[in-house]
Design a protein around this ligand. Structure first.
Ligand SMILES: C[S@@+](CC[C@H](N)C(=O)[O-])C[C@H]1O[C@@H](n2cnc3c(N)ncnc32)[C@H](O)[C@@H]1O
Length: 278
């Protein structure tokens, strides 16, 4: 019978060969994970798709109702979300686009603020994964001109004080919302609500003012991306010029304007620090 025991030299050469093999496998697997080689793409570990994204595919593939924003308009915020997600995304208004926005930011926080409590129930019944709060606006569209003229004489509306939470004296500040809305630093804010097409509707004045104040108060690095829809309307345009500022406007597509607002510490000398926001 042959001796089955290996000599010490043979043992070391086997250990060396096994080490080489393990090292080689690790090296190849690293290569497979980092290359975009089409031959290896099936072997790469892909990012798992989130349940909300699957629900969104199913929903939009089987629904005849589509979001109101055009493809070109949606693409503006889609591109920003692709570069920042998972991130903090605040959306004014629930609608047929809500599941889409939340699934573009899967793994992040997407929070909706909605004026109509019944509409909250309707949307959440079909999409229970969405997170929404009801907002009680203190404004009416019919007051928009007066509010724009008079806000400078209310010290608590001033950009120097710059606060939203419990700001009862400034009618443009959104009060009574859960702390999460005030405490989180929002990377993106989409303003596509509340309704602003008849005199008694809340109008978007408070949403625009509050978004501007939250963006100015940002402590984290980077800008706040603010998207405003329906800028073909006089009030949206006037409030955007007053609070979001033309110098921060980076893109306009269809009826959508995209602003990048820097934190207040970064506002250039003299501007944004006085009685006006720009
Ligand atoms: C301009 S819509 C927002 C539409 C949304 N971006 C979309 O694509 O569906 C603004 C507000 O209108 C109201 N709204 C929109 N669709 C509605 C519907 N089908 N029934 C009742 N209210 C609706 C909600 O209060 C919503 O916040």
């Amino acid at each position: 019978m042959k001796n089955r025991h290996f000599s010490p030299e043979k043992k070391w050469s086997i250990i060396a060969a096994l080490s080489g093999l393990v090292g080689g496998v690790l090296l190849i697997s690293t290569f497979l994970q980092v290359t975009d080689n089409p031959i290896t793409c099936n072997l790469r570990r892909s990012t798992p798709i989130e349940p909300i994204q699957l629900n969104a595919i199913l929903h939009y593939a089987t629904s005849h109702i589509v979001p109101q924003q055009s493809l070109a308009e949606i693409r503006v915020s889609f591109d920003v979300l692709r570069s920042l997600s998972p991130c903090n995304f605040l959306v004014f208004g629930l609608g047929h686009d809500s599941l889409m926005w939340a699934s573009f930011n899967a793994g992040g926080t997407t929070l909706f603020l909605e004026e109509d409590p019944k509409w909250v129930q309707t949307i959440l019944k079909n999409a229970p994964d969405l997170r929404a709060h009801h907002v009680k606006y203190r404004t009416q569209l019919s007051e928009s001109d007066d509010l724009l003229k008079s806000y400078r004489s209310e010290p608590d509306c001033s950009p120097i004080k710059s606060f939203v939470k419990n700001n009862d004296k400034c009618k443009l500040a959104l009060v009574g919302l859960p702390d999460e809305v005030y405490d989180k630093e929002w990377d993106l804010i989409m303003i596509d609500a509340p309704r602003g097409f008849f005199a008694q509707a809340p109008g978007r004045m408070a949403a625009i003012y509050s978004a501007a104040v939250m963006a100015r108060n940002r402590k984290r690095s980077g800008v706040t991306h603010v998207f405003l829809h329906d800028v073909d309307r006089r009030v949206e345009k006037a409030y955007a010029e007053e609070f979001l500022c033309r110098k921060n406007l980076v893109k306009g597509v269809g009826r959508l304007w995209h602003f990048e607002l820097p934190p207040v510490a970064n506002f250039s000398g003299g501007s944004g620090g006085g009685s006006g926001f720009c």
